[in-house]
Design a protein around this ligand. Sequence first.
Ligand SMILES: C[S@@+](CC[C@H](N)C(=O)[O-])C[C@H]1O[C@@H](n2cnc3c(N)ncnc32)[C@H](O)[C@@H]1O
Ligand SMILES: C[S@@+](CC[C@H](N)C(=O)[O-])C[C@H]1O[C@@H](n2cnc3c(N)ncnc32)[C@H](O)[C@@H]1O
Ligand code: SF4
Length: 388
Amino acid sequence: MMAIDKRTEAVYIHIPFCTNKCFYCDFNSYVLKDQPVMDYLHALDKEMELTVKANPPGIIKSIFVGGGTPTVLKPNEMAYFLQSVRRHFPEWTEDIEFSMEANPGTTDLEKLSVMREGGVNRISFGVQAFQNSLLTGIGRIHDTDDVYRSLDNARQAGFDNMSIDLMFGLPNQTLEMLAESVDKALALGLPHYSIYSLKVEENTLFHTMYQRNQLPLPDEEDELNMYLLLMERMKAAGYKQYEISNFAKPGFESRHNMTYWRNEDYYGLGAGAHGYVGRQRHVNIKGVNPYNEAANKGLPRLESFEVSREEAMEDFLMVGLRVLDGVSRTRFQQQFGVPMEQEFARPLDKMVGAGLLDSTEDGYKLSSKGILFGNDVFAEFIGSLSTN
Ligand SMILES: C[S@@+](CC[C@H](N)C(=O)[O-])C[C@H]1O[C@@H](n2cnc3c(N)ncnc32)[C@H](O)[C@@H]1O
Ligand SMILES: C[S@@+](CC[C@H](N)C(=O)[O-])C[C@H]1O[C@@H](n2cnc3c(N)ncnc32)[C@H](O)[C@@H]1O
Ligand code: SF4
């Protein structure tokens, strides 16, 4: 049966501020200038207080501070924020993964030291590419020198567990440029890399340019070749691709990400954050001022709903198959009390037949072809129970 009374051990906290808005980004983030940052940190403190009162935490094994750009906080703001996290979530496992996202243009040694002292032990830097011309073209505030400087500072401050984000399929990016970015990233010798394919999102400058035919994107074939190239180079360098966009040395798979993909509970705190606690999903109010006002009165929810058993089963496959080791038949049976094949006979047969899923000893995983067409596979499971 579903483990309803297990206490939540993972925390996501959203900091919705950035120095500038990148041209491709539709995340819930706002240009920092004139934002009520301290009010926001107080509101977060309040949300944490109300959250742990309603659902007391277990021993925390993962905290992820994302954004936006958490490292735009000033050292004194960062110190206040980290103390507040520690106060409301006081019990941590010895090997807690405490990640924070950082933009290479926003980190100096003082701030990084405050982060380290506050318990942060993993940094994920948004690097995107190693060509300054590309960085300018996507609206980044940093250049490649900033990347090297930030990583040096982070090492000096005592961080050894770091990750960087790269992107492919960018306007004017060639296969050679991507190869250069991957090689330069690998030369840094980090234990984890995320490499995302550009998605042109609505309400971004890129979307407007795309509609006007002004966005010189690589064509589909080039993009496929980029993905094949990066997967091969990461593998040759000894990294395991553990998810469509994520690569790690053994033992360095991001715990925060794995929590989502295994459909485990996590608190979601901050403007626009989503959370999943006790079969209840919620999304918070997105705007900074509305969030601040709401959090001073109660839990700042935009919406909150119970996940039905059917949805939980569909999520198990849809989200679980992102992990390249695949989904476990035994875990499905334990969680839902019925066999996976009985519930999902039609889509499973169809996807195995199409060569997009492989059978494993204890379930299914994306085939090498399925990795390239993941979204088609996941879509098969949406609403599939009602049509079975
Ligand atoms: C919150 S940002 C990381 C931290 C910091 N804000 C930064 O950008 O340096 C999360 C990451 O998501 C990726 N990302 C954001 N928008 C994307 C899009 N439209 N398509 C693909 N990847 C995207 C980028 O690689 C980015 O580094
Ligand atoms: C999954 S994280 C990137 C992880 C990073 N590549 C790493 O390995 O550490 C990317 C972004 O997803 C968004 N995100 C993650 N969890 C979220 C949540 N619970 N609520 C709202 N946004 C979330 C944040 O914008 C965050 O910056
Ligand atoms: S990619 Fe990062 S820095 Fe750029 S706008 Fe989005 S959250 Fe902010």
